[in-house]
Design a protein around this ligand. Structure first.
Ligand SMILES: C[S@@+](CC[C@H](N)C(=O)[O-])C[C@H]1O[C@@H](n2cnc3c(N)ncnc32)[C@H](O)[C@@H]1O
Length: 272
């Protein structure tokens, strides 16, 4: 599946697939409904053309924000933009707004704060402590840009989307004939010393990686295609041994390697 336009996600997201969207478009089989259990920034669903979409993630703050953009469009976008002032681009203001985010129960306010944190925090990371509090430090950017156009584009594209907060196992169970499932789980570590990234307070374990491969095998046995992205390692080659595997190199910021760009080998496993 190849389409001409490219829609940039409005959030910075570790492991975002915007840079390799062409490869993913080419790997995805045709179908009626795209299911994405690991939505992240939404880079993939924004850049493919299906009749229907089920877009899910375990991160409840992320999906709450997407529902606000979907339902309230420009009104929400204008509201969120009011947090992007020079007064709010200081260390003191950042930590105050971060604390407000961690105690906020109002969906619109919390979602606007999520956009603010994403653009003002260190490297656009999304990390929570064991109690579920967002704990990324201040990012020190000269002038964080408010992603107005990207949010309005997202609003338009999201009108045919069902958003859900759920674990990938529950989402994959909803696949039926006509569904195509694209999975972009948190990466497996490149080495035994590297940590799993933590977009949610629970992290993503080696057992989760195995469970995902098992879910993919069950779906293809029912005639439902599944495509999975991950690092290209000995572990992932064996996890996805039954799939057709495409390997390639990408330039990425590797966390823990402050600001350094490294080459990492990635793969796309296609069960079709
Ligand atoms: C590599 S990112 C996805 C990036 C996305 N494809 C993009 O282009 O931005 C992995 C995502 O998986 C989500 N996640 C982590 N554990 C999960 C789980 N058990 N079930 C569903 N989603 C999970 C994280 O919140 C994160 O957004």
């Amino acid at each position: 599946m190849v389409i001409q336009y490219k829609m940039k996600p409005f959030l910075k997201w570790a492991g975002g697939k915007f840079k390799i969207i062409d490869r993913i478009q080419q790997a995805l089989p045709h179908g009626k409904r795209l299911i994405e259990p690991f939505s992240g920034s939404g880079a993939v669903f924004l850049n493919v053309d299906f009749e229907e979409y089920l877009i899910a993630d375990m991160n409840a703050d992320l999906i709450c924000l997407y529902k606000q953009v979907q339902a309230y469009g420009e009104d929400f976008v204008n509201y969120a933009s009011t947090l992007f002032t020079s007064d709010n681009n200081t260390e003191a203001a950042y930590y105050e707004l971060r604390m407000e985010f961690n105690t906020c129960a109002d969906h619109a306010r919390k979602s606007a704060l999520f956009v603010y944190l994403n653009r003002h925090c260190f490297n656009g990371l999304c990390r929570y402590n064991a109690k579920g509090a967002f704990n990324v430090p201040f990012g020190r950017y000269a002038r964080p840009v408010f992603p107005k156009i990207e949010m309005l584009d997202f609003h338009e594209k999201s009108q045919r989307v069902i958003f859900e907060v759920a674990d990938f196992r529950a989402v994959m169970e909803k696949a039926d004939i006509g569904s195509v499932v694209y999975c972009d789980p948190p990466y497996t570590p490149l080495s035994t010393t590297a940590n799993f990234s933590s977009y949610t307070k629970d992290g993503f374990t080696a057992d989760d990686q195995q469970a995902l491969a098992d879910c993919a095998k069950k779906l293809i046995a029912r005639g439902i295609p599944v495509v999975i992205s991950n690092h290209d390692t000995v572990l992932t080659q064996s996890l996805y041994a039954e799939a057709r595997i495409i390997s390639f190199d990408v330039q990425r910021f590797i966390s823990g390697n402050t600001g350094k760009r490294n080459k990492a080998s990635e793969l796309i496993a296609i069960y079709a």
